[in-house]
Design a protein around this ligand. Structure first.
Ligand SMILES: *Cc1c(COP(=O)(O)O)cnc(C)c1O
Length: 379
């Protein structure tokens, strides 16, 4: 398999040391106490990455499993849940809430802007009777970034448990679980963390565990039941056999992040994203988002008369660069360049912009500037 540059907003390129870590010898993860220690230490390091002292667990399943597990474990029949929605993932939480018997109440924001804190505050002044609230940090299909540092403290002030999907932001944006009062923070292996897909991890606060323990009805799931994980270490028992090689890869990816340093990583993403937006705008292309730009993905409106599939295929077939389209209401309307994790590097983004430039020219849209040059000037 000849692997192209995967410049998509996840899955991302995986570094060699992560790939090699997945090839190391494995033990029986159910029975070997060494693995319990390894898992515990990995969770501790993820906690460092998330800036939290809360409990962390890694579940065997892609990011969606974490989202569903949070809703399954918290929702009881008839619970009112606030679903903060300014994007496809934001809105999607309503399905999980409904599935587990809750009543989702949607707070809808402009889909091209970050959630307006004043509007949310005004909404909460009228209605605050929610067991928990869900919000997405970076809603990847549009690339909009929400200010979790303001949203979650506001919700907690009203006594609402906070659930944040930061799958596509953490590792590329500042993310402070304890300072920002996030009860359940959700991450995935395949975005800015730059490990292969297959794992989700989450931090769980005491408030969140208490809400689960004080339920009247049992949690209507086994795989999604977070309480099953509470005392895994004391009991030396996992709810199911752990994907040990995946976890060994994730551990290396987290170590890579901690070694580079969180501040350095955030700065690297910020400067790459800023330069990318600058180059795209100077070229005469239009950014999809009006405010709330994520440092992990740049979403560009496809110029009229250009077909998004043809553009992406041309980039892939002629330059070996894969960028993404989008889905739902954005299908065919935008292309997305993922510059997250291992992909947030000058050389990779330069080559991607080169491929974009040449492909646009081929298809009849002439960028006003050389995007690579503009990108490098701004870097
Ligand atoms: C990628 C992603 C997930 C995980 O789901 P996928 O199946 O990979 O789409 C969850 N939330 C967000 C915001 C994501 O970007």
């Amino acid at each position: 398999m000849k692997v192209p540059y995967i410049m998509t907003p996840g899955p991302t390129q995986v570094s060699e040391n992560v790939r090699l870590a997945r090839a190391l010898e494995t033990t029986n993860p159910d029975l070997d106490p060494q693995f319990y220690d390894f898992y515990k230490e990995t969770c501790k390091r993820i906690g460092e990455f998330l800036n939290t002292k809360n409990e962390v667990r890694i579940l065997s399943g892609e990011g969606i499993l974490g989202l569903e597990a949070a809703c399954a474990s918290l929702t009881e029949k008839g619970d009112r849940v606030l679903v903060i929605d300014n994007g496809i993932f934001g809105e999607g939480f309503a399905d999980f809430v409904t599935m587990y018997g809750g009543e989702p109440i949607l707070f809808k924001g402009d889909r091209q802007r970050e959630i307006d804190i004043k509007e949310l505050k005004a909404f909460l002044d009228v209605d605050r009777d929610f067991k928990y609230a869900t919000v997405v940090h970076c809603d990847t299909p549009s690339g909009v970034l929400n200010d979790i540092s303001k949203i979650c403290p506001l919700l907690k002030e009203k006594g609402i448990i906070t659930v944040v999907d930061s799958v596509a932001a953490m590792g590329g944006e500042e993310f402070k679980v304890d300072d920002w009062k996030i009860d359940i923070a959700l991450g995935g292996s395949q975005k800015a963390v730059s490990a292969p897909p297959g794992l989700t991890f989450l931090s769980i606060s005491d408030d969140a565990f208490n809400a689960m323990e004080n339920r009247k009805e049992p949690i209507a799931s086994f795989y999604c039941n977070l309480l099953n994980w509470k005392d895994y270490y004391e009991k030396q028992w996992f709810p199911y056999t752990q994907s040990i090689s995946d976890i060994m890869g994730l551990r290396k990816a987290i170590d890579n992040i901690l070694e580079e340093g969180l501040d350095n990583i955030i700065e690297r993403h910020h400067s790459i994203a800023k330069a990318t937006r600058h180059a795209v705008k100077r070229a005469g292309l239009e950014l999809h988002i009006k405010d709330g730009y994520s440092s992990t993905v740049t979403v560009i409106n496809v110029p009229s008369k250009i077909n998004d599939k043809k553009l992406r295929n041309h980039m892939l077939n002629n330059y070996g660069v894969m960028v993404a389209g989008s889905f739902g209401y954005l299908e065919g309307k935008v292309i997305r360049i993922g510059h997250m994790g291992e992909n947030a590097k000058t050389d990779k983004v330069c080559y991607t912009l080169f491929a974009l430039q040449k492909s646009l020219e081929y298809l009849g849209f002439t960028p006003k500037v050389d995007m690579v040059e503009e990108f490098l000037k701004e870097q």
